[in-house]
Design a protein around this ligand. Structure first.
Ligand code: ADP
Length: 452
């Protein structure tokens, strides 16, 4: 059964991991699709705003073209090198003004987005005739070749368009064609947030479905484990009670057999001894049945006979009686309270406290200490022992009906797993609580709390 549960858990965990991975993959695919869709939207909107730079400021653009022509002329006449031409093109004064104009146009025509951009010059080629090209420079898009814009890097931007421009130039009766190519790169401020907002429904739904699946899985596994524990505890109880019943029944069987012998019946001493044994075993059977019956009541079904009692005196009397039954146990008291009056059921609480004291002895203790304390409006009684202790992972079930820490019927100590269950029921019926603090091999402390 345990193996089957472990297998089921392992299988469900794998299935959950696969499902989560598939879900993440789908969300990532949706995210990539939304990013591509967003880029296309921005490209289209920018295309709708401006197609080339002359629609931004034609006068400025023609002045700039005039400058290009002068630069070409200087190059043809050998007055300037290729590098000097490139430097002057990239650094000329028109660029700043055009940057401001394009920026303003974006702000006015695309008010929903805050756009950073860079237009980089890729090619600057002079053609003497279609076959003879003189490449002044031709490079891949590169932020150092920025003509206009406020972007400092092309890393997180995307290409909106390439723009190829041609200008006819005539020098010394010779026709030249100047070809320029530039690229516009754009980055929308907070674009991740815009995409996230567009994906909110998908994200929330997938997170919700994964969370629901995990919760259902945890609930199902918890229920399964609890059911398994309950069934183990019940099996344990059946083993324990069978074990407990076997001895008195066997003794009764033997006693009846002995009584069948005539010579035994005629000897008064032997006869009485056998009758006493039968009576003792009968009482034992009766007390076992009483224990099971007494614990079949729920906490709200227990009828308490409450009365005002001096709690310290009450505890002393229980301890005194206990000492008579267990003279070898060293039991000490440390009462930090005095004359606390509580309304309690003497009979049931005596049994509950005795259950805890007797458990201490049953589970290896030689020394017990009983303390009382006041915490604000709470009165506490703690019973500390130096017995075998209880490991942390066993403590949650300790107050459950029939629960015993040892498994199976191979117990060194007798019991039905009802003592602490009874304690808990009685304390709850008094609207109090009981808790355990322990570690395996380090003794145990059981603390009762009552409202003053
Ligand atoms: P029982 O003693 O009949 O088994 P209880 O309900 O009294 O049943 O106790 C439940 C289990 O808690 C016990 O089987 C025992 O393993 C553990 N236990 C109770 N008291 C102590 C203690 N003082 N020290 C160590 N283990 C304890």
């Amino acid at each position: 059964m345990k193996q089957r549960i472990n297998l089921l858990i392992a299988f469900s965990v794998v299935a959950l991991i696969v499902l989560t991975t598939v879900q993440c993959y789908l969300v990532k695919t949706a995210y990539d699709y939304k990013v591509a869709q967003f880029h296309t939207q921005i490209k289209n909107e920018i295309a709708g705003v401006t197609n080339n730079y002359s629609d931004i400021d034609s006068a400025l653009v023609s002045k700039k073209e005039a400058l290009y022509k002068i630069l070409c002329e200087s190059y043809i006449h050998g007055k300037k090198s290729k590098n000097e031409i490139k430097k002057e093109m990239i650094e000329n004064d028109f660029n700043d003004i055009l940057t401001q104009r394009i920026k303003r146009k974006f702000e006015r025509d695309l008010p929903n987005f805050k756009i950073d951009f860079a237009i980089v010059l890729n090619k600057f080629i002079l053609y003497k005739n279609p076959q003879k090209a003189d490449t002044i420079f031709s490079e891949k898009p590169f932020i150092q070749n920025k003509l206009y814009g406020n972007l400092a890097s092309l890393n997180h931007s995307f290409l909106v368009r390439n723009y190829v421009g041609t200008t006819n130039v005539t020098f010394d009766n010779q026709d030249y064609k100047l070809l320029t190519e530039d690229s516009m790169y754009v980055s929308v401020v907070d674009w991740e947030l815009i995409i996230m907002r567009r994906m909110a429904v998908i994200l929330i739904l997938s997170l919700f479905s994964i969370a629901t699946l995990i919760t259902l899985f945890v609930i199902a596994i918890k229920a399964l484990i609890k059911q398994k524990k309950v069934s183990d505890v019940k099996t344990d109880f059946i083993n324990n009670i069978t074990h407990e019943l076997k001895t008195p029944l066997a003794t009764l069987g033997i006693s009846t057999k002995i009584l069948e012998q005539k010579d035994i019946r005629e000897n008064d001493e032997n006869f009485n001894a056998i009758i006493n044994t039968i009576s003792r075993q009968n009482n034992r059977l009766q007390s076992l049945i009483d224990q099971v019956l007494a614990n079949s009541l729920a906490e709200n079904e227990i009828e308490l006979q409450k009365e005002k009692i001096n709690t310290e005196e009450f505890l002393f009397s229980i301890i005194e009686d206990f000492k008579i039954g267990y003279p070898k146990i060293d039991i000490e008291t440390d009462f930090q309270t005095q004359k606390t009056v509580l309304v309690l059921d003497k009979f049931h609480l005596t049994t509950a406290i005795l259950n805890v004291l007797e458990n201490a002895v049953k589970y290896g203790s030689t020394k017990i200490s009983v303390k009382t304390k006041n915490h604000h409006d709470q009165f506490s009684v703690s019973i500390e022992d130096n017995g075998i202790g209880i490991s942390k992972n066993k403590q949650a079930l300790l107050f459950e009906k029939f629960y015993r820490v040892e498994q199976g019927n191979l117990h060194n100590t007798k019991g039905l797993g009802l003592g602490l269950y009874y304690v808990n029921q009685i304390v709850k019926a008094h609207h109090g609580s009981v808790a355990v603090m322990s570690d395996l091999g380090k003794g145990a402390v059981f603390t009762f709390m009552f409202k003053v």
